[in-house]
Design a binder for this molecule. Structure first.
Ligand code: B4P
Length: 193
């Protein structure tokens, strides 16, 4: 198995690049943001609970997202690899993911981090908010709250993977195709090892 995490702040291009990467490498795309939005659309109890956090720019509790990922991994026993998009977002989620993968005699092979300035993040998300219908993208205060959550709770995840030498930082600004090629180069390099 080959497992990749696409890491970065909200609006850094994780969702955009994930779609292209799963197409090229045949990985199973697991986006906790998409899974949570599906739960909201289906008006499940989990979705209604998660919406309160998402609408205010807060992270959804660890137990909820870890449970979703556990089921998704179980539901794909023949996967050749997973691309985790927007997960893990806390160190507790990272530890849980390592344990889940170890149960399947697997591990994370690379963590690819997209670096983008705060002003560009805000501009991209406000721009997406004009057409996406996403309630967390329309208000600058909520976007700032999401970035603050990232700084406080998610950025320590980088240190967690760095201790295992799995962290690769890449420039997330510029055109989508060039960023995609840079990500592919890293994946190819790791696959040859
Ligand atoms: P996500 O769905 O993961 O949303 P995101 O981080 O905002 O989006 P992403 O980074 O994928 O967007 P992209 O840049 O591709 O999370 C939403 C919420 O769900 C969180 O706030 C949290 O509440 C909850 N949640 C999710 N996972 C969780 C977890 N593990 N634990 C707890 N809570 C969790 O797109 C942004 C825009 O930029 C797009 O319009 C795109 O077109 C544009 N763009 C992309 N690349 C560009 C480029 N190179 N140049 C210019 N524009 C670009």
């Amino acid at each position: 198995m080959f497992n990749v995490i696409l890491f970065g702040p909200p609006g850094s291009g994780k969702g955009t690049q994930s779609e292209k990467l799963v197409d090229r490498y045949g990985l199973i795309h697991l986006s906790t943001g998409n899974l949570l939005r599906e739960e909201i659309t289906n008006r499940t109890a989990l979705g209604l609970e998660a919406k309160k956090y998402m609408d205010s720019g807060q992270l959804v509790p660890d137990a909820v997202v870890i449970g979703m990922i556990r089921s998704a991994i179980k539901n794909n026993p023949d996967a050749e690899g997973f691309l985790f998009d927007g997960f893990p977002r806390t160190v507790a989620q990272s530890v849980a993911l390592d344990e889940l993968l170890a149960e399947n005699h697997s591990e994370i092979n690379a963590v690819l981090a997209l670096e983008v300035s705060e002003s560009e993040l805000i501009e991209r998300l406000l721009n997406r908010g004009k057409t996406s219908g996403r309630s967390d993208d329309v208000n600058q205060e909520i976007i700032r709250a999401r970035i603050l959550e990232y700084e406080n709770k998610t950025s320590p995840v980088a240190g967690y993977y760095d201790q295992f030498g799995k962290m690769v930082k890449l420039k997330g600004e510029g055109d989508v195709e060039s960023i995609f090629e840079a990500l592919c180069n890293e994946i190819e390099a790791k696959k040859l090892v």
